[in-house]
Unconditional design. Structure first.
Length: 649
């Protein structure tokens, strides 16, 4: 009976200890970095009532008969699995993702923790904010972060250019002016009556009767024409001609072998004649034998021998001595102002398109003036490639007899002049005092595979002393030939001379300046100087290093958290406050940076949560409670049995 009581007592004690472990887990469910524990039971050595015996010739063997003496809690170990990361956003709240511990010292010994609630004290020491313990770096020493230190300026010693210069040649191109519309040689619309005026008169008409018709010229308003027969019933051809010429504008009426001919003063497609019969019955159209269908002039591309008066734009024929005023600007910017005198006499310049073109060409010595007989266009091409302000305008002198609509054949830029392909990029460099200066690099195409580069400064008093000019050559594959390096010596205002290297090749040919097909992307993308700066921000990297970001754009490593690891993490001793200490069974300490030899990485701005799973702990709590109840029940039953034994007496 004593065995049952002692076994039940051991069971009660073991389950009570298990409940203690569960209670501790639940109490620390919200403790950052806490690792839950579990209780492991083991049975106590059993009492042997009979040893086992081997088989004999007549009997079989028998197993030993043993009665256990209860249980005990043999071990409590930790679950070191990763806890959930809670991102706080605070720079020096740190967590480990994976294996490893942060190392601190209390002044006497080193301790290790997964809870990275760190910060700086008054002396800029990195400390654990909960305890004031100093944090150790990868060498096992405490460290400081100097937040007040500034970065001195660094003068520029190297500038690197990168990007693409287009392989397609885009310039230089000469500027070209041309007429906005082709020049045509026009023929006027005309119509010829079929009736013949015998002896200069149309006879057989009703005496003293008015005969009428309408003439519409060039699409304008119809004009009425009326002629009255004499007492003998005839109309003189001269009366008809005079009446039409005096009444209807833009038409010429004339007697051609006794027949009336009407001719438009305009030429080309805009020249039309439409004759309409009288509505009164006394029809002059029938008397003259004129067609009532629309007559239209014709036109064809002009030639150099085409008369200026034959242009459809001519509204009234020029006469000898009329002046065409030529004004404009030549390719070199020279102002042109000259008079083309119409006619073939002494002091007159001609009457044809070819003679006009030759005259204009003489006024534009820096350009080539040509007439294209295939297209009917006059062009003015600059003899020098590049952009220019060329212009050409032809107008009539106010005193002219003739006139033309030169606005319909005005000159406009057909091809915009451009210089050689030129691209520019700029970068700010720094002198010895950290003052910024803008440097410009201008690259101009020499030919298909070579470019020249010039360096210039924009600041007042800044001067390029030497260098800065280079020739960049490319191979057939578009990669730069040779090293592609140069240097430039400058003197910034108030400073001593300063030299910096220019690099076009980068780390490899295709990383520097190239000449491939495509658009320009050249840029000065790197220089190694910077002005003075102060600390603006801090961050912790995955390897535990601390990076300082300065106001001048520079970054520097300011320190590093040491990360400890052990062969047997379960061998560490929990000394409270989330700290662990080495023991004889934790193995050799390895202290260094994170992210090495199986060690995890540091996560900045986060804390590791407890890995306690509350639901599992409550299930274990039920198990422990039931186990405790069962052992208590054994003691109760054993007590009843003892009572019965006593009552037997």
């Amino acid at each position: 009976m004593a065995r049952a009581l002692l076994s039940a007592l051991g069971g009660l004690r073991a389950h009570q200890e298990w409940i203690d472990v569960i209670g501790n887990n639940l109490a620390n469910a919200s403790t950052p970095g806490f690792k839950s524990s579990r209780a492991l039971f083991s049975s106590i050595l059993a009492q042997t009532l009979r040893e086992g015996s081997p088989p004999s010739n007549t009997l079989g063997g028998s197993n030993p008969v043993q009665i256990g003496l209860g249980t005990t809690m043999r071990m409590v170990d930790r679950d070191v699995s990763q806890g959930t990361l809670n991102f706080t956003g605070r720079t020096f709240d740190l967590a480990m993702r994976g294996e490893g511990f942060f190392a601190v010292t209390d002044g006497l010994r080193s301790l290790y923790t997964r809870v990275g609630t760190f910060g700086l004290d008054a002396d800029s020491n990195m400390v654990d904010l909960r305890t004031g313990f100093r944090v150790l770096d990868g060498t096992g020493k405490s460290f400081k972060i100097d937040t007040n230190a500034s970065v001195p300026p660094k003068p520029t010693t190297q500038v690197m250019l990168a990007g693409n210069l287009p392989a397609n040649v885009g310039g230089p191109i000469s500027e070209v002016l041309s007429t906005t519309n082709p020049l045509y040689e026009g023929q006027p619309a005309n119509t010829l009556g079929t009736a013949v005026a015998a002896g200069g008169a149309f006879t057989g008409l009703t005496p003293s009767t008015t005969y009428s018709m309408s003439i519409t010229m060039n699409g304008s308003t119809a004009q009425s024409v009326s002629v009255t027969s004499d007492a003998t019933g005839q109309i003189l051809m001269s009366d008809v001609v005079n009446e039409i010429n005096s009444t209807v504008p833009n038409v010429v009426a004339q007697d051609v072998g006794g027949q009336l001919q009407l001719t438009s003063t305009l030429t080309g497609d805009a020249s039309t004649i439409l004759v309409t019969p009288s509505q009164t019955g006394n029809d002059l159209v029938s008397v003259l034998g004129l067609s009532t269908s629309l007559k239209v002039g014709s036109q064809s591309v002009a030639t150099s021998s085409t008369s200026i008066n034959s242009l459809p734009a001519n509204t009234k024929d020029y006469v000898a001595g009329d002046v065409l005023q030529i004004s404009g600007v030549d390719a070199d910017g020279t102002v042109v102002d000259a008079d083309f005198v119409f006619g073939t006499g002494v002091g007159q310049n001609g009457t044809t398109i070819g003679e006009l073109v030759a005259f204009v060409g003489a006024q534009y010595p820096q350009s080539t003036v040509e007439f294209d007989a295939a297209t009917g266009e006059i062009s003015v091409t600059s003899n020098t490639p590049g952009e220019s302000d060329m212009a050409l305008v032809v107008t009539d002198a106010p005193t002219n007899t003739g006139a033309a609509n030169w606005a319909a054949n005005s000159f406009a830029v057909e091809t915009q002049g451009t210089g050689p392909d030129t691209f520019q990029t700029s970068i700010q460099v720094y002198d010895q005092a950290g003052v910024g200066h803008v440097v410009n690099f201008t690259l101009e195409r020499i030919d298909g595979k070579n470019w020249s580069m010039k360096t210039s400064l924009t600041g007042a008093g800044d001067t390029v002393l030497s260098g800065g000019a280079a020739t960049i050559s490319f191979g057939d594959d578009g990669n730069i030939l040779g090293i592609g390096n140069s240097s430039v010596t400058v003197q910034f205002d108030g400073q001593s001379p300063q030299t910096f290297a220019l690099s076009f090749a980068g780390d490899s040919a295709s990383q520097g300046v190239t000449q491939f097909g495509g658009a320009n992307s050249l840029v000065a993308d790197f220089q190694d100087g910077y002005p003075a700066g102060s600390l603006a921000n801090l961050s912790v990297n995955n390897d535990g290093s601390i990076t300082g970001f300065y106001s001048n754009g520079q970054t520097f490593d300011l320190g590093q958290f040491g990360i400890a690891s052990f062969p047997n993490v379960l061998g560490l001793s929990d000394v409270g406050d989330g700290f662990y200490a080495e023991t004889g069974n934790s193995g050799q300490l390895r202290l260094g940076s994170a992210d090495f030899a199986g060690v995890g990485e540091v996560v900045g701005g986060a804390l590791e949560e407890s890995n306690v799973i509350t639901a599992e702990e409550f299930v274990r709590l039920i198990q422990a409670q039931r186990g405790f109840q069962a052992n208590a029940r054994i003691i109760s039953i054993q007590d009843q049995m003892l009572e019965e034994a006593v009552n037997i007496v």
